[in-house]
Design a protein around this ligand. Structure first.
Ligand code: COA
Ligand code: MG
Length: 273
């Protein structure tokens, strides 16, 4: 299966600072669909070169069944060019680019890109960015959006809803996956659960994460549960084509397609990835 297709089944995407050897080691054994080895925000300036070398070594060694991405420093950063030069020709599956603000600014590094939308300009250009041939999907940078706009997200993220929905629409218009932003509150697991379910309800296909303690909840929220799979199977079996009544509601062929996708997602979640 090619990477763009695999990415559609990613529920959990964990950032791992490339400067943190212990976290890199720990990441190998975690139940996570994708690792994003970070060269950007999580790495202090004095460790940028060392972190880049560590990330490339990590990729060369491989991590079994997980998708591997590296987040480069942004286009405006002094480290950007060196990052891209090092990534060209590496065995990494995807490159994450921060603060993308236009499709025209996307570099060609011969690898699929995950574009981060995390500025007002990026939000206005999200549709063109998502449609670009090199872009495999979008990631929301909620911390940066809040910082750049003055939006105070609130526990239910009321202030961020337009931004989140803009990104879901842009990515889905291009038929591509979209990943919700991180939750910084490490000790509020109930709030985290609510946020994951909100993201899934909004149409995100997975969530970016910062700590191993967030994995199980995200995998559950973005992977269909047993009841959803059972219902999908029942719906497919009952379907006769066209509109009909099913358990008190109308279903049509699009609901059959959705049910098939639910079953496919659950197969991947069970380890077929
Ligand atoms: N990936 C892999 N392992 C991680 C991890 C991560 N993102 N975050 C923590 N761990 C590991 C730790 O190495 C530690 O492993 P050990 O049991 O082998 O010692 C274990 O999980 C427990 O970590 P903990 O002590 O709770 O973390 P912390 O308090 O030291 O650090 C953070 C908290 C937020 C600083 C840290 O989780 C982190 O750096 N997260 C990623 C941040 C990031 O990448 N930001 C950029 C994108 S927004
Ligand atoms: Mg950032």
């Amino acid at each position: 299966m090619e990477i763009g297709e695999k990415l559609k089944f990613v529920r959990s995407a964990l950032y791992v600072p490339a400067s943190n050897a212990r976290a890199l080691e720990k990441a190998r054994s975690l139940d996570v669909d994708m690792l994003i080895i970070d060269l950007e925000d999580a790495v202090p300036d004095e460790m940028k070169a060392e972190a880049r070398a560590a990330a490339l070594g990590y990729v060369a060694a491989g991590v079994g069944g997980k998708i591997l991405a590296i987040r480069a420093n942004g286009i405006d950063s002094a480290y950007h060019a060196d990052d891209l030069a090092a990534l060209r020709g590496s065995a990494v599956d995807l490159v994450v680019l921060p603060k993308v603000e236009s499709a025209g600014a996307l570099p060609d590094i011969g690898l699929p890109l995950l574009a981060m939308i995390e500025t007002p300009a990026g939000l206005y250009a999200a549709r063109e960015i998502a449609a670009h041939a090199s872009v495999a999907g979008l990631i929301v940078g909620t911390n940066d959006i809040a910082a750049e706009t003055g939006i105070k997200p609130g526990r239910e993220r009321e202030g961020l809803q337009l931004a989140l929905q803009t990104i879901v629409l842009a990515a889905s218009a291009a038929g591509k996956p979209r990943f919700d932003g991180v939750c910084n509150r490490l000790d509020d697991m109930d709030g985290f659960d609510v946020e994951c379910r909100q993201g899934a309800t909004f149409g995100f296909t997975g969530k970016t994460l910062i700590h191993p303690s967030q994995l199980a909840i995200a995998n559950q929220a973005f992977g269909p549960d047993a009841a959803a799979v059972a219902e999908a199977e029942e719906l497919i079996a009952a379907s006769r084509g066209g509109a009909q009544r099913f358990k008190g509601r109308m279903i049509e062929s699009m609901h059959v397609e959705q049910a098939k996708m639910t079953i496919e997602r659950s197969r991947h979640a069970m380890g077929d990835r």
